[in-house]
Design a protein around this ligand. Structure first.
Ligand SMILES: [Zn+2]
Length: 192
């Protein structure tokens, strides 16, 4: 699996970094882990073809992790004229939160006909969900976003190579993002 860190910033884009967005490529699929508010800028700067991204995984429903979805979706609708299906997979509540966000930013557009199929999958804790030659297993973490928050374990292929990312890793400072700072799992962990 090839991993490109498009955005690793916190909620305030400290140091000029983009909000959380990680591009993963396997033999069979390309997908994002999180799509923070400034993700589309990072994607455009790198010249990445959004039409080739089939899945967006969401760790949790804070703006710096999923607030870039409207622009990602509109890019496919109006700029790149996407036809390929897109799957958005996130915690329980993802469907209604996306609808509310879209309605706040671009009223009525979520309910219109999109030129490409959009499917929203709500993941269950500890239940692997497979897509292409990859799979994601979500684990509940302590974080307050108005919905369950996940650390995502992403695995690919027979080698079992995987990447784990904490749901609160690049959100905001520990005193804000966790009820108990000592429980903040703020460092992404990579395992072979
Ligand atoms: Zn957060």
């Amino acid at each position: 699996m090839r991993i490109t860190l498009l955005g690793t910033g916190d909620a305030f884009s400290t140091g000029g970094r983009f909000h959380t967005c990680i591009l993963c490529k396997t033999n069979e699929t390309r997908f994002l882990i999180d799509c923070g508010a400034s993700a589309i800028t990072a994607i455009q700067q790198r010249g990445i073809d959004t039409n080739a991204i089939g899945t967006v995984l969401l760790s949790h429903l804070h703006g710096d992790h999923f607030g870039g979805l409207p622009y990602f979706l509109l890019d496919g609708q109006f700029d790149r004229r996407r036809t390929a299906p897109l799957v958005i997979a996130g915690p329980p509540g993802t469907r209604s939160r996306i609808a509310a966000m879209m309605d706040a930013l671009y009223p009525g557009i979520w309910e219109r006909a999109w030129r490409y199929p959009i499917e929203v999958v709500e993941l269950a804790p500890r239940e692997p969900w497979r897509f292409g030659d990859a799979a994601v297993t979500p684990y509940l973490v302590e974080h307050d976003s108005g919905a369950p928050c996940f650390a995502l374990r992403v695995a690919c292929g027979a080698t079992g190579a995987n990447w784990r990312r904490s749901g609160c890793s690049s959100c905001i400072s520990a005193r804000w993002c966790c009820r108990t700072p000592t429980r903040c799992r703020s460092s992404p962990r990579r395992t072979a």
